[in-house]
Design a protein around this ligand. Structure first.
Ligand SMILES: Cc1ncc(C[n+]2csc(CCOP(=O)(O)OP(=O)(O)O)c2C)c(N)n1
Length: 555
């Protein structure tokens, strides 16, 4: 059967179970948009291509499926670059389709021609420029397989417009894929597991680190099972939040730059660290040269390239975690760490910070939000900045995938479009987006998509009238020389929301926040809540740069 390249794309997407895609049309992707017009797949048109790719990213993180995004050639494609890098650094499975000028114009500096294949090579797991129409089905199927196999990541397919229009022989359900190397369980795996069991067996001060690689499938339950069998203290990276319920008795909190003092002290004092699905980013290790001093590191990750990359491991286990973890769990024995837990309890008392109860602050607001949403299946996305760290420190999370944030790239402008994707992926969960006033200025235009799709999402703008996180760095390290960080003009975000037909509320006191939150929760429509906080509040604790994990800034 011969069908057009554009219809091949649709058929292949349907074959992969795709029912929702995010995108923005333009000249060189028109054949595909013409095929989308028939409505077999729901297309979400965003306000900007960056919004489309972050929405596809949020969709993938909330659902565990591959997110799909479509854009035209040239500026449409370049607007995807930040989103691709964001998904690449956080290992999010995406298939991104871009239109390209027709094959006979490639290299001619044609109108809206850009070498998106070349541009995105270092920020995609794999990318394709389709030069032969007959290869299209195999390439699309391969793209899905690459995006979600092993360590997930974004795959870009650049498709010239003549290939979208060409008539191609298509065999439905033909499962041919291009041969791409898959990750294999290491051949030495079994010996290494023996060694890991032995090291864990003699540990007196072990800590388990949970990273973003532990969020998928059965892994969260397996990690919890392993930790409970061992009885060890657990810390989470920013990306691993939600894997362990916040109230789990073994969870000490977040580790890293703005992690809890107890969690960071525990890593510092540990003799054995078991890291699952964490790449030991510099935000997690601080000074990587001293991080592993005096400890044995057991590093378990799907991607062998991560082992020994940032932190040398004593035992590095790579492979499919869903296969590895049950084997490890079965073999390990519960240790006796009574003294270790006594030390940790002492730290918990010593470092307990009584929350500031007076005035409207971000930590108070987030604790209040947690209490108001407890027990219900809420999902939280954040943007990047102080509000993100306050959210990581103060929100109560009970399930994996209920926490979506830009960890690796730290992309301002991610939060709102990611929330749109998450809300579409999880219609039965209400989504909250926590965003700063500056991040809201970057992609706030996506309220257009919220209202076009009638999504009930609640956006909370933590409005400190400045680029809070950068101002914090200027406060601490640049002699309070606040270069370009205080907003010279205020934005009335309540009016901004109203411009999109969305209810906006202002909270300047705790009472007002309680009132407007109740109104937003009672409504089945979208709301924007603007929470005014002082511009000089700081995120604490904070590790002293380049120091050990028990050395914190005085603030
Ligand atoms: C696209 C992008 N540009 C710049 C930065 C650097 N940056 C990190 S946090 C931040 C300030 C964010 O301000 P706001 O959105 O108001 O959040 P706040 O820190 O005040 O909570 C900036 C500029 C970034 N992370 N991403």
């Amino acid at each position: 059967m011969k069908i057009s390249g554009a219809n091949v794309i649709i058929e292949c997407l349907l074959e992969q179970g795709v029912n929702t895609v995010f995108g923005y049309p333009g000249g060189r992707i028109l054949p595909l948009y013409d095929a989308l017009y028939d409505g077999a797949i729901r297309h979400i048109r965003t306000a900007h291509e960056q919004g489309a790719i972050h929405a596809a990213d949020g969709y993938a993180r909330a659902s565990g499926q591959v997110g799909v995004c479509i854009a035209t050639s040239g500026p449409g494609a370049t607007n995807l670059v930040t989103g691709l890098a964001n998904a690449y650094l956080d290992s999010v499975p995406l298939v991104v389709i871009t239109g390209q000028v027709p094959t006979d114009l490639i290299g001619a500096d044609a109108f809206q021609e850009v070498d998106i294949y070349g541009i995105t090579m270092p920020i995609t797991k794999h990318n394709f420029l389709v030069k032969e129409a007959d290869l299209l089905p195999a390439i699309i199927r391969s793209a899905f397989s690459i995006a979600c196999s092993g360590r997930p990541g974004p795959v870009l397919i650049d498709i010239p417009s003549d290939i979208q229009s060409a008539m191609i022989e298509f065999c439905p359900q033909d499962k041919d894929i291009l041969p791409i190397a898959q990750y294999q369980l290491s051949a030495r795996g079994s010996t290494l597991i023996d060694e890991a069991v032995a090291v864990i067996g003699i540990a007196s001060q072990p800590v388990l680190i949970v990273g973003g690689g532990a969020v998928s499938g059965a892994i969260p339950q397996q990690v919890i099972g392993l930790a409970e069998k061992l009885g060890v203290p657990v810390v989470s990276t920013l990306m691993g939040l939600g894997v362990f319920p916040t109230d789990h008795p073994q969870l000490l909190g977040m580790t890293g730059m703005h992690g809890s003092k107890v969690a960071n002290h525990a890593i510092q004092g540990a003799d054995v660290v078991i890291a699952i699905g964490s790449r030991f980013s510099d935000r997690v290790t601080n000074n990587k040269l001293i991080y592993a001093e005096g400890k044995r590191v057991i590093h378990i990750d799907v991607d062998p390239a991560e082992l020994d990359k940032n932190i040398p491991s004593h035992i590095g286990l790579s492979g499919n975690l869903e296969q590895l973890l049950p084997i490890l769990s079965e073999r390990v024995q519960k240790g006796t760490q009574t003294q270790w837990w006594k030390t940790i309890k002492k730290w918990q008392e010593e470092f307990f910070v009584h929350p500031r109860t007076e005035g409207l602050t971000a930590p108070w607001m987030l604790k209040t939000l947690s209490a108001a949403t407890a027990g219900e299946p809420y999902l939280f996305t954040t943007d990047v900045g102080q509000h993100q760290m306050w959210a990581a420190q103060n929100l109560s999370l009970s399930t994996p995938r209920s926490w979506i944030t830009s960890g690796g790239l730290g992309t301002m402008g991610f939060g709102l479009p990611a929330a749109i994707g998450a809300q579409l992926a999880a219609p039965d969960q209400r989504v909250f987006c926590i965003v700063g006033d500056a991040g809201m200025k970057m992609t706030g235009c996506e309220l257009f998509t919220v209202s076009s799709e009638n999504l009930p999402l609640i956006t909370i703008i933590v409005d400190n009238g400045c680029l809070g996180m950068v101002r914090q760095l200027q406060h601490l390290f640049y002699n309070q020389r606040y270069s370009a960080t205080l907003a010279p003009a205020a934005v009335n975000f309540v009016y901004f929301a109203k411009a999109f037909g969305i209810e906006g509320h202002l909270a300047t006191t705790q009472e007002e926040f309680n009132q407007v939150l109740a109104v937003a929760l009672a409504s089945d429509k979208a709301s924007v809540i603007v929470v005014k906080i002082p511009h000089d509040d700081l995120v604490a604790p904070m590790l002293r740069p380049n120091g050990p994990l028990d050395d914190f800034m005085d603030m």
